[in-house]
Design a protein around this ligand. Sequence first.
Ligand SMILES: *Cc1c(COP(=O)(O)O)cnc(C)c1O
Length: 486
Amino acid sequence: MALKYFSTRDKEKKKITSAEAILQGLAPDGGLYVPERIPRLHKSFEQLAKMSYKQVAYEVMSLFFQDYTEEELRYCINSAYNEDNFDTDSMASLVQAGDAYFLELYHGRTIAFKDMALSILPYLMTTAAQKCGIKEEIVILTATSGDTGKAALAGFAGTPGTRIAVYYPKGGVSRIQELQMLTQEGDNTCVVGVKGNFDDTQTDVKRMFSDENLKARLAGRGFRFSSANSINIGRLIPQVVYYVYAYTRLMPKEINFVVPTGNFGNILAAHYAAMMGVPVHKLICASNDNKVLYDFFETGIYDRNREFKLTESPSMDILISSNLERFIYELAGDKTAALMDSLKKEGKYTVEKDKVSIFTGGFANESKMRDTIAAYYKRDGYVMDTHTGVAAAVYDEYRAKTGDDTTTVIVSTASPFKFARSVMKAIAPEYREEDDFGLIDRLSELSDMKVPKAVTSIKNAKIRHDTVVERDGMQGALEKFLGLLL
Ligand SMILES: *Cc1c(COP(=O)(O)O)cnc(C)c1O
């Protein structure tokens, strides 16, 4: 029997296939789909160590997506992980600097780790639509804190049978991130700035998703919703691959992963890799000033009632970490729906603290992040982006405090060029008067890295999207895009 999925909020545990879960994105009850069990790796680490990224991807994904045929899955993997989409043969590079290895996951088309999953999701989804006999056009609805939006646009642009609408918090993303989205080509794409923060944006996207009235109207026009956010199991599982891959390149007795965390998707994938058999000692969850997860791992209390802070690691400026629900389900089972209700109504919930032991949390404020980027640059000549800077700062402090010298991989989630202004502020503040593209050239000189195509290509590109709305205008923008408004 193929591995099935059910919603974290469904006490009856109604089971569906992975293809159905990928098509739906979010469950109708507002919960997230989880596999009925986490499969163990079939192949030995020695065997996996000899495999390429694509081969490891097949080994991992075939265990989770058992209703896909080998031919279907290999087609998806080959279409995503190739030299058109990535600028390194291995897809993910491991670079040693300081006391750790950096797992660079930003060698895809939009230079953030979101490409690792969003390059394959459109293939998984259109294959799922065929398998399930879906005739409607799929409308991808996505809230982004900056990087998901562009990676999803790049993945779905021009994909037959799909349209994609991306909402981002106006003023809450870097200029390069914004330009990447606003210059997106493709008639099936729509980008909307929202006057609100990421949590507001994500909450309203989730609401539209669950709006039965809207869904019925869409169905009448031959559309159905799906999601490219990390709530989609088709986003999460491809992320498990690089943890298995990284471990099998190094093969230590045990390994730590440090993950700069926002929605808890990336680090949850590491947890799944651990449950598959990767010998993980600690998963170190790194937060910026929005340290709701750090507090959760310290106390067992998740409390979003606090000031939302805009930082220079905007993809981690999140107080409601959606994917944590999948982990909460492991701890609380059928009580999950009640806890999530409490999060919605009171903004908080509590679980028993001793259950969260494989995870440990840390956080770094802006100046610590900047000092860390500068220190690695000066000492090792290694330049990292601000999100990775938060993770490196958290790791350095963790190591000094605990003396834990387990082999450690810091997950590097974005190219420094994507956050050039903030990175340059850390390593060469004297250039602060220059514009963004000037700073990018300076960064290239100082780091001895070529400016990625993702950046050069937006420099003179035409702005194709300019819609900005209040929160209550989000649905209207969608209806206009889909031609529902007469
Ligand atoms: C999305 C993102 C994160 C956070 O990842 P989650 O899966 O949401 O925890 C961290 N860094 C960068 C650069 C990102 O784009």
